[in-house]
Design a protein around this ligand. Structure first.
Ligand SMILES: [Fe+2]
Ligand SMILES: [Fe+2]
Length: 390
């Protein structure tokens, strides 16, 4: 991506950031070589990256249209999904049962929500940013609040997507299972919102890149694209992110909350793999499969390159360092590196398992360093215990 700071130095800080953000949006859109992928993701890119629809402070209306699939014979048609349904019923829990009385102070050095090495402070120092101990804790508190805010926004997307795919999926066992996922996602919205509201007393707006992904899969009428977008890509990201934070945090309420959420999410990704494996291998044309391969790659890149916590940058560093320097800092952060690593070690094996990592696209994954995750276990082979331990 172009470093815009070289030709925007004469502009005020706010405008410099805006130019950099527009170039970044352009970079995302120009990168999409497949016209079908561009037409599927392009309008969402415009709404999210250029118009910032997720940040207008008013409810966002996203048009959704898909076919609801009814079956009046109620067949037992998918034993793996029936088993997931049974496990999901057993695994239901009440958000109220978490230890909400825990005293949480994001600035307390005795019980840090994130370890200090989560952000590459030395890299920021190279660019002239010096923070004292209190400010460092404040920055970490902002980062964790930002991450949890994005989890919450992602969970709202997951709640609606789970409701949509429950209508659209053709397996009846999948519909029953889907009903449990709608409940799970509702509970996730509840607990993340409660944590932000009562413990951190702050929430960040939705990140534009996350908005693009949610907008795109909400408005796509094809059920399998919704599955691919939500159950494989966004849920894969969520599992990686929740797992990283679960391992790194020393705050007991958050650790407990994430453990419960991860156990639910493990079922969700398993369901996505189960539903799409059969469909992609046998029921779509070569051309349709290529489009899905390319779409998945673009979304993977969107997630890898662009989850940059710009909202935290704008609050802390706009005018002090450039957006490019902030990106360098985020890339160099060990905590964020682990986040990306865990996220793709979850996602790539699932893409392989559903048949979207064909030799045609492997080269592109190789070029961006993602093929190292090819041999890992897919979600249908991983237990919640393994996910928590990894
Ligand atoms: Fe969730
Ligand atoms: Fe989920």
């Amino acid at each position: 991506m172009i470093d815009t700071s070289r030709f925007t130095t004469f502009l005020p800080a706010k405008m410099r950031s805006q130019v950099d953000a527009y170039f970044e949006a352009l970079d995302v859109i120009m990168h999409m070589k497949d016209p079908r992928v561009l037409s599927a993701l392009g309008p969402s890119g415009l709404r999210g990256l250029v118009l910032h629809r997720g940040k207008q402070g008013v409810p966002t209306e996203i048009p959704a249209s898909h076919r609801a699939h009814f079956d009046w014979t109620y067949p037992s048609d998918q034993p793996e999904m029936a088993e997931l349904y049974r496990r999901a019923k057993e695994g239901q829990w009440d958000g109220d049962s978490l230890p909400w009385k825990t005293d949480v102070d994001p600035l307390n050095p005795e019980m840090p929500i994130l370890p200090e090495h989560f952000i590459a402070l030395d890299k920021l120092e190279e660019y002239g940013v010096r923070l004292n101990a209190k400010e460092r804790r404040g920055l970490l508190a902002s980062m964790v609040t930002w991450m949890l805010s994005q989890f919450l926004h992602g969970e709202q997307g997951a709640l609606f997507a789970a409701a949509q795919v429950t209508e659209a999926v053709q397996f009846f066992d999948g519909k029953l299972y889907g009903a449990t996922q709608v409940m799970d996602e509702g509970r996730h919205v509840e607990v993340f919102n409660r944590y932000l509201d009562t413990k951190l007393n702050k929430m960040y707006q939705i990140n534009d890149n996350l908005f693009v992904i949610i907008d795109s899969l909400m408005s796509d009428g094809r059920w399998d694209m919704k599955f691919l977008g939500m159950q494989i890509m966004v849920e894969g990201l969520a599992l990686g992110a929740f797992g990283t934070l679960h391992r790194q945090t020393k705050e007991p309420l958050l650790k407990n909350l994430l453990k419960m959420v991860i156990q639910d999410e493990a079922r969700h990704v398993h369901y996505g793999v189960c539903a799409l494996r059969e469909h992609f291998k046998h029921h779509i044309t070569e051309r349709e499969r290529k489009e899905r391969e390319d779409w998945a790659f673009e979304v993977a890149l969107l997630m890898r390159n662009r989850f940059m916590a710009y909202e935290v940058y704008e609050e802390w560093f706009e005018g002090r360092i450039t957006r490019q320097q902030w990106r360098d800092g985020v890339y160099a952060s060990p905590g964020m590196a682990e986040f990306r690593q865990v996220m793709f070690s979850r996602l790539v094996p699932n893409l392989r398992e559903i048949g979207l990592l064909t030799p045609r696209v492997m080269k592109r994954y190789e070029e961006v360093g993602l093929m190292q995750y090819f041999g890992g276990l897919s979600a249908d082979k991983l237990t919640a215990e393994q996910l928590l331990a990894a």
